[in-house]
Write a protein that binds this ligand. Structure first.
Ligand code: HEM
Length: 388
């Protein structure tokens, strides 16, 4: 009920309203992204030398410089060019699901459902079999990790994602080892690409230059790390949340089946209604008054994106899922200078995913009404498994 609230146990301020959340996300002078583990802004040069500077935890002017260097490599055009390959990967994943479904029908105990009920072709897990592997494969290929190293890459990606909650305490014992392994691996790839550049993101990052400045190896490594954390589980959850929410709204699912041009709108509405990233952190640089509460300098703040996207003051019937909602000014990808760098890629992957699912797997339904297991942590919103 309070739009700005101090949460005693966690020593953190929560901000819930749309207008205030936008302010916290975009007013970098008063709400810094340089939240060290302690919640104290970590601006030390030694921290930067150790870890490289990560886009998401720096403020302007350093952020502006890094972002424009990275933008040179991660352009909307480079992302668009990925569409045919993303389609191929999506179809390959569905081929595997369909093959397995056919096997389960042929098998000795294979027939699911009533005989003659031809819409039943076995079951699969949308998350494990489709929405989880898709973005991991896409990022591996984007970075130029050869397919022979895919398994190793997936293991790193799992550990990196699992340790992403560290900002709010706890640590993953594998995280240090994986950091080391990844550093060695990418060090090696960078050396190769320096000798012989390829058409991949690592080569483009090495080549990116502005005012005679390049990204350091540590910067590139920390960017690869960020792509794994920021780009995998989020996209997995966008796809899973979209399918789950459509199945809960059969009228909208039917509309979408009739008219594929509604897919982008359905994805925007999913981003608003079930935001994959529910919250982002900042730390105040001075005393700030928001909604009549004064947050002292040096305090940690959580901007609740998921709450802002359901603010009745901004969205009529905010709790209604409506794939034709227009305009839909949700802030699921953030707002201001840190606006999600991967938004065009996430939108492309999710669009291709939904198109492929609607084409290849018509008449999807839940196999039972069991409650779904939520994704771990309170920052991401999604389910760990969606059996269909
Ligand atoms: C930043 C959400 C997918 C890379 C952000 C921010 C949000 C967000 C809310 C802002 C953080 C802040 O203000 O502190 C999402 C959602 C996604 C998604 C909901 C999927 C549905 C991706 C993908 C990539 C990516 C696919 C890359 C492959 C990044 C990066 C930043 C970022 C690098 C930091 C940008 C900066 O600080 O300048 N994302 N993201 N994201 N995202 Fe995403």
């Amino acid at each position: 009920a309070q739009p700005v609230m101090y949460m005693e146990q966690m020593h953190i301020w929560s901000v819930f309203r749309y207008a205030d959340v936008r302010t916290v996300l975009s007013d970098y002078a008063r709400f810094s992204s340089q939240y060290g583990q302690s919640g104290v802004p970590d601006k030390s040069a030694s921290a930067e030398a150790r870890h490289g500077s990560s886009l998401i935890t720096t403020d302007p002017p350093r952020h502006t410089k890094l972002r424009s260097l990275v933008n040179r490599a991660f352009t909307p055009r480079a992302v668009e060019a990925l569409e045919p390959r993303i389609k191929e990967i999506a179809h390959e994943l569905i081929d595997q699901i369909v093959e397995r479904g056919a096997r389960s029908l042929d098998g000795p105990h294979g027939s699911h459902g009533a005989p003659g009920h031809n819409s039943v072709h076995g079951t699969f897990d949308l998350v494990e079999d489709f929405s989880y592997p898709l973005p991991v494969i896409v990022i591996a290929e984007l970075l130029g990790v050869p397919s022979s190293h895919r398994k190793q890459f997936k293991e790193w990606s799992d550990v990196v994602v699992a340790s992403a909650d560290n900002m709010i305490g706890g640590s993953n014992p594998d995280s240090g080892r994986v950091h080391q392994e990844m550093a060695e691996y990418f060090h090696h790839i960078m050396a190769e690409r320096r000798q012989e550049p390829k058409d991949d993101l690592i080569s483009a990052l090495l080549a990116a230059e502005e005012d005679n400045e390049h990204l350091s190896e540590a910067d590139i490594l920390s960017f690869c790390w960020l792509l794994l954390v920021a780009g995998n589980e989020t996209t997995t959850n966008l796809i899973g949340n979209a399918v789950r929410t459509l199945l809960e709204h059969p009228d909208q699912y039917a509309m979408l089946t009739e008219d594929r041009s509604l897919i982008p709108g359905a994805l925007e509405e999913t981003l608003r209604y079930r935001s994959p990233v529910q919250a982002m952190f900042r730390v105040t640089t001075e005393d700030v008054t928001l909604a009549d509460r004064t947050i002292p300098a040096g305090e940690r703040v959580i901007a609740w994106i998921g709450s802002a996207n359901r603010d009745e003051e901004r969205f009529a019937q905010a709790d209604r899922f409506d794939i034709t909602r227009n305009p839909n000014p949700h802030i699921a990808f953030g707002h201001g200078v840190h606006f999600c760098l991967g938004a065009p890629l996430a939108r492309l992957e999710a669009r291709v995913a939904l198109e492929t699912i609607l084409d290849r797997l018509p008449n999807l339904s839940r196999i039972n009404d069991d409650p779904l297991e939520p994704a771990r942590g309170f920052i991401v919103h999604g389910v760990t498994s969606l059996p269909l």
